[in-house]
Design a protein around this ligand. Structure first.
Ligand code: UFG
Length: 329
């Protein structure tokens, strides 16, 4: 089986590629390396460097490789940036995905695994959030992911294109080997920023608001290990390849941790007494985001195995200690 992983050099894509290779799948990684890293791609994978918006390039890739399933992780994913450069997000995340889907239809490839986000829900009206909860994105990033989600049932109906969509909550952690992990530039996510502070690369970590209606006043998130996200993708892909129907699943651990709890556990695990400051709230942050992943448990047999907070922090810490400059590119 040959799997095309678009965005396979990025944080989540590279962990999925690693698991696919370990399971004996043939993998083609398509990436424009705008945010992905060559060092994140295992030598067993074939690399096709280019952009999903380049239709000629896409056609060549599909001609060169008989693809059984496409996994799609290419996207711009910074919430703040998406509010000041919305067209960049529509162009890459929506138009780019249309180019990819058009090529799939032309080439008669009918299995698609799509990387979506909890940002499609916006400010939640219930907790935990289920797949049927209302979807009112509060940022352009979430809106572009939802736009693609809304296309998929129509493509299934018209072309028999079957899709699995996964809405991730807060992806974190790294491969247990410490060989691949999270390396964004700029980095905006909580755990890597704390770990960079623990490494002495930053002066302090800021807590964005301590006046939220939560037990300690800081925001609560559902952290899910990137290896558990990868495992869900394999289960979803295998279900599609076995003739399964299109579906959508939340991926979270169902437990919430506050910003302060994450900082405290990281201090304990790293043994570093780094500085912490209370800062203003960050615009657009929901108070609490916790997933119900009951549907993925029931229908895919997926159970998070690495997502307790300590395992997430320890694996991410191993990556950051081994690679203080990330991939160093
Ligand atoms: N935070 C801090 N200090 C920091 C960085 C983050 O206090 O220096 C806080 C944030 O305010 C938030 C929490 O830590 O309360 C988590 O923030 P992240 O930036 O790590 O993650 P988000 O919850 O904002 O974003 C995640 C994904 C997005 C997705 C979103 C869904 O990274 O891609 O969930 O709402 F869109």
């Amino acid at each position: 089986m040959k799997i095309l992983v678009c965005g396979g050099a990025g944080y989540i894509g590279s962990h999925v590629v690693r698991v696919l290779v370990e399971r004996g799948y043939q993998v083609v990684v398509l990436d424009n390396f705008s945010t992905g890293h060559l060092g994140a791609v295992p030598k067993e994978a074939v690399i096709e460097e280019g952009d999903i918006r380049d239709r000629v390039f896409l056609g060549q890739v599909f001609q060169a490789h008989p693809i059984d399933c496409v996994m799609h992780f290419c996207a711009n994913s910074l919430v703040g940036e998406s509010m000041v450069e919305p067209l960049k997000y529509y162009h890459n995340n929506v138009y780019g995905t249309i180019c990819l889907l058009e090529t799939m239809v032309e080439q008669e490839v009918t299995r698609f695994v799509f990387s979506s986000t909890a940002a499609v829900y916006g400010e939640p009206e219930q907790s935990p959030i289920t797949e049927n909860s209302s979807k009112k994105p509060t940022n352009t990033y979430g809106e572009t992911k939802l736009a693609v989600e809304k296309m998929l049932p129509w493509l299934d109906q018209a072309y028999g294109l079957k899709s699995m969509t996964f809405r991730y909550f807060n992806a974190a952690g790294a491969h247990p080997s410490g060989e691949i992990g999270e390396d964004h530039n700029p980095e905006t996510h909580l755990l890597p920023l704390i770990l960079k502070t623990a490494l002495g690369q930053r002066d302090k970590i800021s807590i964005f608001g301590e006046d939220y209606p939560t037990p300690d006043g800081s925001c609560i998130r559902d952290y899910i290990h990137v290896m558990d996200i990868a495992a869900a993708h394999i289960l979803g892909m295998e279900k599609l390849l076995a003739g399964g129907e299109s579906n959508i699943y939340n991926l979270g651990d169902g437990k919430g941790f506050s910003v302060k709890e994450v900082i405290d556990r990281t201090r304990a695990i790293t043994g570093k007494a780094f500085a912490v400051e209370i800062a203003d709230r960050r615009a657009g942050d929901p108070v609490e985001l916790i997933a119900s992943s009951e549907k993925a448990h029931q229908e895919l047999g997926w159970k998070p195995a690495h997502s307790d907070l300590d395992t997430i922090i320890k694996t991410a810490w191993k990556w950051h200690q081994n690679h203080p400059q990330g991939y160093g590119e």
